[in-house]
Write a protein that binds this ligand. Structure first.
Ligand SMILES: [Zn+2]
Length: 87
């Protein structure tokens, strides 16, 4: 009989995934997570989604938007938001 307590639950995995994707998770825990991901499709899907989000955020940070364009973009977004909220 396996020891249930030594197995990671999905809820615990979600807590570890941020560090796991960042590569800052301690090796022992990363291995437990790897093992869990091996047999848990929902968690694999979550990792992929999380990785995608992180990659997108990194790409956004690397792309430098000129301040003027940024200001125009904010103004544009504010204006369209106002228009939409109007009755
Ligand atoms: Zn899981």
């Amino acid at each position: 009989m396996g020891e249930e307590s030594s197995e990671l639950q999905c809820r615990e995995c979600v807590d570890l995934l941020a560090d796991y994707v960042d590569g800052t998770l301690p090796r022992a825990q990363a291995e437990l997570l790897d093992w869990h991901l091996d047999g848990c499709a929902p968690c694999v899907a979550f990792v992929n989604t999380y990785k995608g989000t992180v990659d997108a955020a990194r790409r956004l940070r690397e792309t430098k938007i000129p301040p003027e364009l940024h200001r125009k973009l904010v103004t544009f977004l504010q204006r369209s938001a106002h228009t939409e909220s109007r009755p």
